[in-house]
Design a protein around this ligand. Structure first.
Ligand code: 57M
Length: 359
């Protein structure tokens, strides 16, 4: 809205021209979302406690997490509010890609909210069934990708990292592929969200990394120079990514060890889903495996643990999956595990950015 208010005035006041620039607005979207989440954080935590949205801790969790019982959850509402208000303020709202991105973010958030709410208000921490959750995710992702594919500027070709001339056109198969990327990312962030600051750290690095990719994809000169697919119009989504980084930092302010608030499924599903969608938008879907490497390792650890448990008749590879629980059970302090996972995530994001030059 700031964009729509100030840019027309730039004809009279030349200095306002700066509000045309995506980079400028993305930085202010970051700062706005950061301030919103930090300022509203304490109020939100008091309210969540008042309406009894405290975390239930499962019996099998052991002593390590018992002290976290009652920590306000659904902090994703705070983060989501910061992201959406900031994007509405700073983005060009005539851009369809911005709306699709907000739709995915809010839609996945709604699925997570219903799950969180059912867990809190129901018995024994039981949320909605996995089938219902998957149905909600499919509905949101399917609607957004369906609308995306209908855009004339969007192609269903797949960009393969390291191979600039190999871009197979997936045709209608692109739809299930994109759904897999988004739902996989959403569940990956959810599985990772088990220690203070563990999910939000790599989410911030991934959103920063994709802010670069989406900006480049929307800029014809840069996209051609770097030999990446050019998708006209998607550059505006950089503003959303800026807001996500800002709100993530603001949320981390309170989620850092010892956490005063957890994000809940409303946070983890929305962040993961939207990271997947931004990867789809800028046609760097496969690169998400590197950018979101921490989420991928965590998910693979669960798949390995569950499969091995089944085939071996009850044996385990890890002391407990997802991977962060394995280290916890080995006695590594929580903040050490979290910071080491952040370091890995930063390295993976840098590696992903370096692929821009290896083609
Ligand atoms: C949600 N939720 C956290 C919080 C957060 C198949 C199986 C691997 C599934 C997995 C699972 O349920 N994962 C999804 C993980 C929970 O956090 C809440 O959930 C939201 C995210 N959805 O925002 O509201 C707990 O995590 C801790 N936490 C923090 N700080 C944070 O900032 O300390 C979360 C955020 C919170 C808090 O204690 O209560 C969770 O871990 O439950 N299941 C598991 O992860 C379980 N693993 C397991 O059973 N492994 C088995 C098999 C099935 C693979 C095995 O290895 O043999 C573990 N879950 C827990 N304890 N709580 C087991 C140990």
């Amino acid at each position: 809205m700031i964009y729509h208010f100030l840019v027309p005035l730039s004809a009279q006041i030349g200095a306002l021209n700066v509000f045309r620039y995506i980079t400028f607005r993305s930085i202010y979207a970051l700062l706005t979302a950061l301030v919103i989440t930090i300022v509203l954080g304490p109020m939100m935590m008091r309210w969540l406690q008042k309406v009894k949205c405290g975390q239930y801790i499962q019996d099998e969790v052991g002593e390590m997490h018992k002290c976290k019982a009652g920590t306000p959850t659904m902090g994703g509402l705070l983060l989501g509010f910061g992201v959406l208000v900031s994007t509405l303020l700073w983005a060009d709202l005539t851009n369809i890609y911005v709306w699709l991105t907000m739709l995915v973010f809010a839609g996945f958030g709604l699925v997570g909210f219903v799950d969180d709410y059912t867990k809190i208000k129901g018995k024994q921490n039981k949320g909605i069934s996995p089938k219902a959750k998957l149905f909600g995710q499919l509905l949101v992702a399917g609607t957004a990708v369906g609308l995306l594919i209908m855009q004339p500027a969007y192609s269903t070709e797949l960009a393969v990292p390291f191979f600039k001339n190999f871009t197979p056109d997936l045709g209608w198969l692109y739809l299930p592929f994109a759904l897999l990327v988004m739902i996989g990312a959403s569940n990956g962030v959810n599985l990772t969200d088990g220690l203070d600051g563990l999910a939000i750290g790599p989410s911030i690095t991934s959103a920063t990394c994709y802010a670069f990719f989406i900006y480049i994809a929307g800029h014809i000169g840069m996209a051609n120079y770097l030999n990446v697919p050019h998708v006209p119009g998607v550059g505006e989504v950089t503003v959303f990514c800026g807001a996500l980084v800002g709100a993530g930092l603001g949320f981390l302010w309170y989620n850092a060890f010892p956490a005063q608030i957890f994000m809940g499924d409303v946070g983890s599903l929305s962040i993961g889903g939207v990271l997947g969608f931004v990867a789809v938008l800028c046609k760097q879907e496969l690169l998400l495996i590197i950018v979101g490497g921490v989420f991928v390792f965590e998910t693979i650890s669960v798949i390995m643990q569950v499969s091995y448990f089944k085939v071996s008749g009850g044996k385990r590879i890890f002391r407990m999956a997802p991977l962060h629980h394995h280290f916890e059970h080995k006695g590594v302090p929580e903040s050490k595990i979290v910071i080491r996972f952040w370091i890995i995530s930063i390295l993976m994001a840098l590696m992903a950015l370096s692929t821009l030059k290896i083609r």
